[in-house]
Design a protein around this ligand. Structure first.
Ligand SMILES: Cc1ncc(COP(=O)(O)O)c(C=O)c1O
Length: 407
């Protein structure tokens, strides 16, 4: 292992969203004892090769306008080939200032106000947020839940998806692949079926693959463009990615989309162009070339560490909290836990954890309105911090259950 993920950089007082906003975000008394487990951002250092590459962008001592290098496109095409077996022409890649801005641009380019956008909740909240902010209508195809021995798994409701896609107002689908917050890695067959349903109904398919490089315990990730190729689809589809989750570079706003169809690429570019918003940043080339080049070892080392973290955390909570139901994610560092059968008022779980355990995950209702009493928990932290978090969560929730039993 090149990286030592047991060491956490101290991020308090560094204008960190995760650490410095947590108390205000969740109405907690400020204090150094808070353990943030919200927002998809990791408490691990970046690869030294990546930091060095970013520093090199500044060495001439000039901060003037910069071109995006062709090395940006080549690095992404190379990574897609090497890591995911996907061949993409370099000129089909567009830079983005973020994956969500890319999704917004696609919604703007390919739908009209009042049109329907299909999403699959519980899902990353900005999918709903940007759709509504742009005057489009959210069409929900809720994922089907299964449980075996306290472990939750999810599958796509294909009948529901077919019915929604057939609606005349359905114009676009935003797929989260792998899925945040439920940690599913969709199979090639599932992805092919989604491609077919969208194509048959003329629904534009946008696949957010920001989490595709963190795969836990050996699942097999398939890019949407691979599945699309399986069924001969080359238009009305785009794939979005970024090194931001798997290399911990979210603050750099470096992302990209791969759009096979040239006219659709122009339509997305025009959305940024119409507002004179640059889609690349000063360090886009360095972040991407280093991540997908000399720092390319990082996601596999990270995934191995995170698999251990996840197994530890899931097993510890399951053993200690009867009635808890949770995922064992195939991807991401985000766990989904349902506390509604634990014997205490689950609607209080967020307050109990924030105020008593001093641990701050994301509330479930952010991801689907009917999931109050569920939480998304970020385990991307050194193991000793995760042990401390697990102990605090268990102590607090056991006490809440005991209190309930004595009432
Ligand atoms: C599924 C998903 N998409 C997009 C984002 C955010 O991407 P960006 O910051 O590049 O807009 C996140 C961040 O957690 C995410 O989980």
């Amino acid at each position: 292992m090149k990286m030592n993920f047991d060491l956490a950089p101290d991020r308090r007082g560094t204008d960190s969203v995760k650490w410095d906003n947590v108390a205000a975000e969740f109405g907690m008394t400020p204090g150094d004892d808070i353990l943030p487990m919200w927002v998809a951002d990791m408490d691990f250092a970046c690869a030294p090769e990546l930091m060095e590459a970013v520093r090199s962008a500044f060495t001439p001592g000039v901060l003037g306008y910069r071109n995006l290098s062709s090395r940006f496109h080549e690095a992404i095409a190379g990574w897609m080939q090497k890591r995911h077996g996907l061949t993409v022409p370099a000129d089909s890649i567009l830079p983005l200032p973020g994956v969500i801005p890319g999704i917004s641009a696609a919604i703007s380019a390919f739908t009209q106000p009042g049109d329907g956008v299909i999403i699959q909740p519980p899902v990353y909240p900005p999918f709903m947020g940007v759709t509504r902010n742009m005057g489009r209508v959210v069409l929900e195809n809720t994922l089907i839940e299964h449980e075996a021995d306290g472990i939750l798994t999810y599958e796509i409701d294909f009948d529901g998806l077919r019915a929604l896609a057939a609606r005349p107002d359905a114009r676009l689908m935003v797929l989260c692949s792998p899925h945040n917050p439920l940690g599913r890695v969709w199979s090639r067959e599932e992805l092919t079926e989604i491609c077919r349903i969208c194509a048959e109904n003329d629904v534009y398919l946008v696949s957010d693959e920001i989490h595709s490089d963190i795969i836990l315990g050996g699942a097999q990730f398939t890019p949407i463009l691979t599945a699309a190729a399986d069924c001969g689809i080359t238009s009305r589809i785009c794939q979005l990615g970024s090194p931001s989750k798997s290399f911990n570079t979210a603050g750099t706003h470096v992302a990209y989309t791969i759009v096979p169809d040239a006219r659709e690429r122009s339509a997305i570019s025009r959305v940024f162009g119409s507002m004179h918003i640059p889609a690349d940043t000063f360090i886009s080339t360095e972040v991407v070339t280093a991540a997908y080049g000399s720092a390319g070892y990082y996601p596999d080392e990270l995934s191995a560490y995170l698999t251990e973290n996840m197994d530890f955390f899931v097993d510890r909570l399951r053993a200690a909290l009867p009635g808890i139901r949770l995922t064992r994610p195939q991807a991401t560092y985000l766990l989904w836990a349902d506390f509604r059968g634990c014997g205490f008022p689950a609607e209080k779980v967020m307050r109990l954890l924030c105020d008593e355990a001093r641990v701050a995950p994301d509330p479930g209702e952010w991801f689907a309105a009917d999931r109050k009493g569920c939480l998304r928990i970020n385990v991307a932290m050194p193991h000793h911090m995760l042990e401390e978090a697990a102990d605090r969560i268990i102590r607090t929730l056991r006490a809440a259950t005991e209190k309930e039993n004595h009432q």
